[in-house]
Design a protein around this ligand. Structure first.
Ligand code: HSE
Length: 365
């Protein structure tokens, strides 16, 4: 019998994965699959073979029988790029790898792009789905800009398109709504969804300047490659669009959402609000009104006693209001990069389970 919480390792070939992007999250994923593997007994039956890694500026590696991950990791963490001596090194762009290599699942971890409205990640994902490959991604852009197109394409090809870590990292908000709120209609969402700004506001309350707090967030790896995407509220806006598109049937365009960032918040503002026992937070909202779904991101005063008041540091939280239940609040207590890595690993397990189920009954692959 399968042990509770374990994957069944008795029945399979490895899940062959192509990894695009190897920044903080990609390297964290490779570490969990290799040098840190023994720390996580729950992953015992997860058999993943990475057949290619492409990056924007660090080169690419590929090997049909699986790249040497320990070497790849040590080169990225040492010299910052794949070495010319690495026997797995190849000249391949990310899109070429998606279109040409043989793999079961694409893991898309390239950075969020607002200027290019979710590209090139959208093209990577679309090309993999068109080849009937499963896709797991932490890149939120595609789901804010073309959610329905991509989901329809995945459905039409009978493959999974999973993105749990696009919002609140590995905390199960997408899975919660998808699998456990059956029959409920989601009426409204309210949350703190950007860790960097929440961390910056918390540190400013303690006396740091905004610049000092942003530098700390960058050092710890939460901030986007371009931290203005966090500070100006773009990351938060994209996340509330992803949730509204996924949960409320919306078709929002992030550039049309009423958006405010924290750039103008001063130490004086925080002191003034704090003196009354309240806090300033960057709050994301989505709601239904007259058949339409709207969203907004703004700095709001959160009164003491409100469930979002106590969310400090890199914490995030989402309050889900439905028609059938009292509001549910999911709180994430000071997550780090490892939480995003977990979201990807959890989705890969779902893909692996699905792949082997379908292989066993001889239908989809
Ligand atoms: N920059 C993002 C944040 C990373 O601060 O929340 C996680 O999506």
């Amino acid at each position: 019998m399968k042990a509770a919480g374990r994957l069944d390792s008795s029945r399979k070939a490895p899940l062959r994965v192509l990894l695009l992007g190897c920044g903080n999250v990609g390297r964290g994923l490779v570490r969990v699959l290799t040098v840190e593997r023994d720390r996580y007994p729950g992953l015992e039956g997860l058999d993943i073979q990475i057949v290619g890694i492409t990056t924007g500026t660090r080169g690419a590696v590929a090997r049909e029988s699986g790249v040497d991950l320990v070497r790849a990791l040590s080169e990225l963490e040492g010299g910052g790029r794949f070495s010319k001596q690495n026997p797995d090194r190849v000249e391949l762009t990310s899109l070429e790898a998606v279109q040409e290599l043989d793999y079961d699942a694409l893991v898309e971890l390239t950075p969020l792009s607002i200027a290019n409205r979710g590209e090139p990640a959208i093209s990577h994902i679309r090309s993999a789905l068109e080849r009937s490959r499963h896709v797991v991604t932490a890149n939120k852009g595609p789901f804010a800009y073309v959610y329905r197109d991509l989901m329809n394409l995945a459905d039409s090809r009978g493959v999974r398109l999973l993105h749990e870590s696009t919002v609140m990292d590995g905390a199960p908000v997408l899975n919660l709504a998808r699998h456990t709120l059956k029959g409920c209609r989601i009426q409204a969402l309210e949350g703190i969804l950007n860790s960097t700004t929440n961390y910056v506001l918390s540190r400013m309350e303690e006396g740091l300047s905004m610049q000092e707090a942003v530098e700390l967030a960058q050092l710890q790896g939460y901030a986007e490659a371009d931290p203005t995407l966090d500070l100006e509220g773009w990351d938060a806006t994209v996340k509330i669009c992803v949730l509204a598109n996924a949960f409320m049937g919306a078709d929002l365009d992030p550039s049309k959402v009423d958006r405010q960032g924290i750039e103008k918040v001063t130490a004086e503002d925080l002191r003034e609000v704090g003196a009354r026992g309240d806090r300033l937070k960057l709050i994301c909202r989505a709601w239904r009104h007259e058949g339409q779904v709207s969203a907004k991101v703004a700095v709001e005063t959160v009164p003491a006693g409100h469930p979002l008041w106590a969310v400090s540091g890199t914490g995030a939280a989402l309050r889900i209001t439905t028609d059938l239940m009292a509001p549910i609040v999911v709180v994430q207590d000071n997550p780090g990069v490892k939480d995003t890595v977990y979201g990807v690993v959890g989705d890969l397990i779902t893909v692996a389970e699905r792949k082997f189920e379908t292989e066993n009954d001889g239908r989809l692959k």
